[in-house]
Design a protein around this ligand. Structure first.
Ligand SMILES: NC(=O)C1=CN([C@@H]2O[C@H](COP(=O)(O)OP(=O)(O)OC[C@H]3O[C@@H](n4cnc5c(N)ncnc54)[C@H](OP(=O)(O)O)[C@@H]3O)[C@@H](O)[C@H]2O)C=CC1
Ligand SMILES: [Mg+2]
Length: 341
C-alpha cells in the first residue's frame, strides 16, 4: 500500500513540476544542487565554468567587444592537465547559476596557477572586475559580481572563528562547515543604503577623496546593526551632510561586489526647502553640493574623459548605468520632468 502511495505521490509531483514555469523549475533545480551534494558533484561534470585568477575574471576580446567565455568540464580538464593538477581543482568551484535548460554554471579561481600560461592557452586575459563590469554586456555582469563575491567569501572563511580549525565547503559552495564545532557558515553581505536627497528642485550629490576626478554620486553608507532601512537613511544623511530627512521612498536594490559584498538599497529622500544648508562630514567627503536639473542632464551626458577643462578643473559626471546611483539620478530627472510638464 505504502509503495503504491509513494509511486502515486512521485507521479503527482512530476506532473505538478511539469506545470511549473521555466523560472520556478530553474530555481527549484538550483536549490536542489545546493542541498544535494552528490547531484551537485554530478552537475560539475556537465556544467560550464567561469574562470578567475585572484578574483579577476577571465575575458576575451573579440573585435571591439569583450566576452566572458564559459568553459566546459572537458576544457577545464584540458587546462588543469597542463599543470599536472588533477580534478580536485574542480571541487574548489562554486555554483553561481544555471541556464533555462538546467545546465549549471560554476566559478573557479585558479589564483595558485601561473596566470600567463592560462591566458596564452585561452587567448584572453584576467581583468580587474571593476573594469570588466563596465566593458561587458548587461547579462554577464551580475553573474561575475556574484561569482567574485562568493569566491572572496570562501577565500576569507577557511577557518572556523570559534575553533580555529579548517572549514569545509559543500560542493555548491553555498556554505562552509566546521566539523569540530558543528558550526555552519553561510555567505554574508552587508546592507548599504544609497540615497538621492532632494529638496524638490535640486538634488544633492557628493564626492569622496578616492573617487575619480569629477565624479559625483548619491550619498551612501553601511547599515548599522539593529537599524532598519529608514533609520539608516536618516542617520547617514544627518551624519554626512547635516540634513534631516522629511520623507523617503524605496526605489530598487542591487548586489554590489565592492568592497566585498553589499546589498545596495536605493531610496529617494526629501528634505525641507527651508532647511537645505549642507554641513559636510569632512572626514568622509571631499565635496557635497546641490545640483539643478540642467547641470544633472549635462552631467549624465558627459564622459569621464571629457570632464577635464583647460584650467585643470573637472566638470561633474555621474556613475555609469551599471551602478544603481545612475538609476536614482535618472528617476529624479524623470520625476522633475513629469512635474514641470
Ligand atoms: N552601486 C552604486 O551605485 C554605489 C555603490 N557604493 C558602495 O557603497 C559602499 C558604502 O558606501 P560608503 O559611503 O563608503 O559607506 P559609509 O558612509 O558607511 O563609510 C564607509 C566606512 O564605514 C566603515 N564601515 C562600517 N561598516 C562597514 C562594513 N560592513 N564594511 C566596510 N566598511 C564599513 C568603514 O570605515 P573604517 O574603514 O574606518 O572602519 C568604511 O570606510 C561603498 O563601498 C561603495 O562601493 C557607493 C555609491 C554608489
Ligand atoms: Mg558614505
Amino acid at each position: 500500500m505504502a509503495a503504491v502511495y509513494q509511486a502515486l505521490h512521485r507521479r503527482v509531483s512530476s506532473l505538478v513540476c511539469r506545470l511549473h514555469s521555466t523560472y520556478v523549475r530553474k530555481m527549484r533545480y538550483l536549490n536542489q544542487l545546493k542541498e544535494d551534494d552528490s547531484l551537485c558533484r554530478q552537475a560539475q561534470t556537465s556544467g560550464t565554468f567561469y574562470l578567475f585568477h585572484n578574483l579577476s575574471p577571465f575575458l576575451q576580446k573579440v573585435g571591439k567587444k569583450y566576452l566572458v567565455p564559459q568553459l566546459s568540464a572537458a576544457e577545464m580538464k584540458g587546462i588543469l592537465e597542463k599543470f599536472q593538477e588533477a580534478e580536485q581543482w574542480i571541487e574548489k568551484s562554486v555554483l553561481i547559476g544555471c541556464s533555462d535548460e538546467h545546465r549549471p554554471c560554476f566559478a573557479l579561481d585558479l589564483g595558485a596557477l601561473d596566470k600567463s600560461v592560462i591566458e596564452s592557452e585561452l587567448q584572453g586575459s584576467f581583468t580587474d572586475l571593476r573594469k570588466a563590469l563596465f566593458v561587458l554586456d548587461g547579462k554577464d555582469s551580475p553573474l561575475l559580481a556574484l561569482a567574485q563575491s562568493l569566491l572572496r567569501w570562501h577565500d576569507s572563511h577557511q577557518y572556523c572563528s570559534k575553533t580555529g580549525q579548517p572549514t569545509q565547503k559543500n560542493p555548491a559552495g553555498s556554505k562552509r562547515v566546521c566539523h569540530a564545532s558543528g558550526v555552519t557558515y553561510y555567505p554574508q553581505m552587508s546592507p548599504v543604503v544609497i540615497t538621492l536627497v532632494s529638496n524638490r528642485s535640486r538634488c544633492l550629490l557628493v564626492r569622496q577623496p578616492s573617487f575619480p576626478p569629477g565624479m559625483f554620486t548619491a550619498l551612501s553608507g553601511f547599515c548599522d546593526l539593529g537599524e532598519n532601512v529608514e533609520e539608516a537613511v536618516r542617520r547617514e544623511v544627518a551624519e554626512e551632510v547635516g540634513l534631516e530627512v522629511e520623507s523617503l521612498r524605496y526605489s530598487a536594490s542591487q548586489h554590489w561586489p565592492f568592497p566585498s559584498s553589499s546589498l545596495m538599497i536605493a531610496c529617494h529622500a526629501l528634505v525641507g526647502a527651508q532647511r537645505a544648508e549642507i554641513s559636510m562630514d569632512t572626514l568622509e567627503l571631499e565635496e557635497a553640493r546641490w545640483f539643478g536639473m540642467e547641470e544633472i542632464v549635462e552631467g549624465l551626458k558627459r564622459e569621464p574623459s571629457s570632464s577635464k577643462q583647460d584650467d585643470g578643473s573637472f566638470l561633474p559626471w555621474f556613475p555609469p548605468k551599471q551602478a544603481i546611483a545612475h538609476q536614482l539620478i535618472c528617476e529624479w530627472v524623470q520625476q522633475q520632468t513629469a512635474q514641470t510638464a
